[in-house]
Ligand binder design. Structure first.
Ligand code: MN
Length: 230
């Protein structure tokens, strides 16, 4: 079944990740779960997941999504995950598959913009709308020519032009969990993980303010824009 690869890679007596109780099934409902998990494993990446036929279709996006339609972000398709994974936030023990800190970075619903999702996935041209807290509007995943044995799993995630398109750096500006408002380092600290390693996935507050402050900007004028929600 669709979750065999997921289960084979993990030891559920060691990792707090869900084994997944549900069997993959065909669903007729129109809206599905949309979730992005920020994952500081060997490399920092963002796991982009869409519920389809009883599982979460999953892509690992090294740089995370871009709101700018002129920017294409590599998205490597990975094994389907159980639907229960959508609310998983915590620490996978070091040495285990995906060892490191996981944050629920964005969530909401999605719906396809095409008739047949399976056909769109086969064709490698998959258009959809997401309604999340950080990401909204129309997106596309396009299969691209990758390298080596994973060639057929390489996709590009691209924002379509609509009112939600923007040149804002959403990863930098909204780095916190939508579930708990924590940074990666805070999750690691709370859940007994490696907080120093996790912190390397959080924006550096010093470089952030230095990069943003235009020369001659008044200190008071910048304050309001910094006080953002997650
Ligand atoms: Mn991951």
């Amino acid at each position: 079944m669709a979750l065999d690869e997921y289960r084979k890679k993990r030891k559920f007596e060691v990792s707090p990740e869900p084994a997944g109780s549900s069997r993959a099934q065909t669903s007729t409902k129109k809206h599905g779960i949309y979730v992005i998990q920020k994952h500081r494993a060997t490399q920092l990446h963002y796991d982009f997941r869409l519920e389809h036929n009883g599982v979460l279709l999953s892509w690992a996006v090294p740089k995370g999504p871009s709101l700018d339609p002129s920017v294409k972000r590599l998205a490597m398709q990975v094994e389907d995950h159980p639907v229960e994974y959508a609310s998983f936030e915590g620490v996978i023990p070091e040495g285990e598959y995906g060892g490191g800190t996981v944050m629920v970075w964005d969530n909401g619903e999605w719906e396809p913009e095409i008739e047949d999702v399976d056909q769109a996935l086969r064709k490698g041209d998959f258009k959809f709308t997401v309604r999340g807290k950080k990401l909204r509007g129309s997106w596309v995943l396009v299969r691209t020519r990758g390298f080596g044995s994973r060639a057929d799993r390489s996709w590009l995630l691209i924002k379509h032009r609509d009112e939600y398109a923007s040149t804002a750096d959403v990863e930098e500006e909204k780095p916190r969990s939508v579930l708990t408002n924590r940074l990666l380092a805070e999750i690691a600290k709370d859940e007994g993980g490696d907080a120093d390693k996790a912190a390397t996935g959080d924006p550096n507050p010093k470089s952030r303010s230095a990069a943003r402050k235009p020369p001659g900007a008044k200190a008071g004028a910048k304050k309001r824009s910094k006080r953002r929600k997650i």
